[in-house]
Design a protein around this ligand. Structure first.
Ligand SMILES: Cc1cc2nc3c(=O)[nH]c(=O)nc-3n(C[C@H](O)[C@H](O)[C@H](O)COP(=O)(O)OP(=O)(O)OC[C@H]3O[C@@H](n4cnc5c(N)ncnc54)[C@H](O)[C@@H]3O)c2cc1C
Length: 377
């Protein structure tokens, strides 16, 4: 019996689990290591903050997917991979042996070692913990007296969450519409977007009176303040940490080959460049020859090829090359069922863009619902 171990229930692994469940293979034992029972879908997180969706509508239940694939679930996180013994050591002490290992564990927010972040900011990841932090802020806001909220991080996720927070706190009874600001160390918000797309988001933010502070690296977060370099201090009643993607430490600590930022280095077949029996996809991995941005869409696109390659690796068949184009459609919701779309040099906006995003996101989550799974067999 060959042992396949899946680390993390990320975007690609939900698809792998579905494929494994579609055609069970009695010669393969599958184990899923996951700290969460439900994978919150980040694309819908801003909509949850805005109040457009309940949290339950934004998640994929991993247990039914695993059960259907006859996968054993270890409710823990990987702390280390012992590549010579071919074992995963989990945070809860469990040791899981593998013949083929697939890693889809996502990323963590960057620069969380800035003073005070752990104690005083709500970090965007893990997403479940973010949701709990957000609910607490919302409760405090409802009691009144909240004047300012700070989002640290001016990438698409930070900007999208700032719009969502502003909209929700403006509409929530008793919350009193606190001022929302975005602080970024970059020279502008979403520097990776074309000028026209950035212009659209800046204009919409100004219309909502969302403060955008570029070139403002945060050096400390405290109770009631955020300090940026050169000792400027902003008063804040809540701080959200939505900095870019950083690599999970255990990859480097396990001696796996990583890129300069600590992400798992993989080849065109999604195999670790140092260990062909280990596969990596999504935010946690970088195709060293053809890197793509850290966005969920790439993990989604990797799902089918990864499922095929894991089967091939277990059976000794040929592997499929998977080299996605770096161009992707980004749809950034702006709080009020309105969104900005970006595709290469093109950008567009409107209510129709939000409805488009809403349809794409709901369809993705629905694909892995127990009803869809039952119908698929
Ligand atoms: C607010 C927000 C909005 C976003 N919107 C979009 C969007 O619209 N489009 C887009 O393309 N991207 C978007 N992104 C980026 C997107 O979230 C990530 O690129 C995407 O989640 C990466 O998917 P993944 O499969 O690599 O990992 P994830 O989706 O992060 O899943 C990883 C899973 O692994 C688990 N895990 C973590 N560590 C371990 C461990 N040590 N052992 C076992 N399991 C572990 C986690 O709990 C999680 O369940 C957004 C991000 C945020 C924060």
């Amino acid at each position: 019996m060959k042992r396949l171990v899946l680390l993390g229930g990320g975007h690609a692994h939900v698809h792998v689990l579905k494929v494994l469940g579609d055609a069970l293979d009695p010669a393969v034992s599958v184990t899923l290591v996951t700290p969460v029972a439900r994978q919150v879908y980040s694309g819908m997180l801003p909509g949850y903050v805005s109040g457009h969706y309940p949290l339950e509508a934004c998640g994929i239940d991993l247990e039914p997917l695993a059960k259907r694939a006859r996968a054993l679930v270890v409710r823990s996180s990987a702390a280390l991979v012992n590549t010579s013994m071919r074992e995963v050591i989990c945070v809860n002490g469990e040791v899981v042996g593998y013949d083929v290992l697939s890693i889809d564990v996502g990323s963590r927010p960057a620069a969380t070692d800035v003073r005070g972040v752990e104690a005083h900011a709500v970090a965007v990841r893990p997403l479940e913990r973010f949701a709990q932090g957000w609910e607490k802020v919302l409760d405090r806001a409802r009691q009144g007296g909240m004047n300012a909220v700070t989002v640290v991080g001016g990438g698409a996720a930070g900007v999208e969450l700032a719009f969502a927070i502003e909209q929700r706190l403006r509409q929530e009874p008793g919350a009193g519409a606190p001022h929302v600001r975005v602080l970024t160390d970059a020279r502008s918000i979403v520097p990776e977007y074309p000028v026209a797309a950035r212009g659209r988001l800046v204009r919409l933010a100004r219309r909502r009176n969302i403060g955008l502070h570029a070139a403002s690296p945060v050096t400390e977060v405290g109770a009631g303040f955020v300090r940026v370099k050169d000792a400027i201090e902003f008063a804040t009643d809540a701080t959200f940490w939505v900095t870019g993607a950083a690599a999970p430490d255990f990859l480097r600590h396990s001696g796996l080959a990583t890129d300069g930022r600590g992400f798992l280095s993989v080849n065109d077949f999604m195999q670790s460049v140092g260990h062909p029996e280990i596969f990596g996809v999504g935010d946690c991995a970088t195709n060293v020859a053809s890197p793509v941005p850290k966005a969920g869409v790439f993990a989604v696109r990797a799902g089918p090829a990864l499922a095929a390659n894991l089967r091939a690796a277990l059976k000794g068949g040929p592997l499929e090359r998977h080299v996605p184009s770096a161009r992707f459609l980004a749809l950034v919701s702006c709080g009020t069922r309105y969104a900005v779309g970006v595709y290469g040099p093109l950008s567009f906006e409107g209510r129709w863009v939000w409805r488009w995003k809403d349809r794409i996101d709901r369809r993705f989550v629905a694909r892995y619902s127990p009803q869809a799974l039952a119908a698929a067999r």
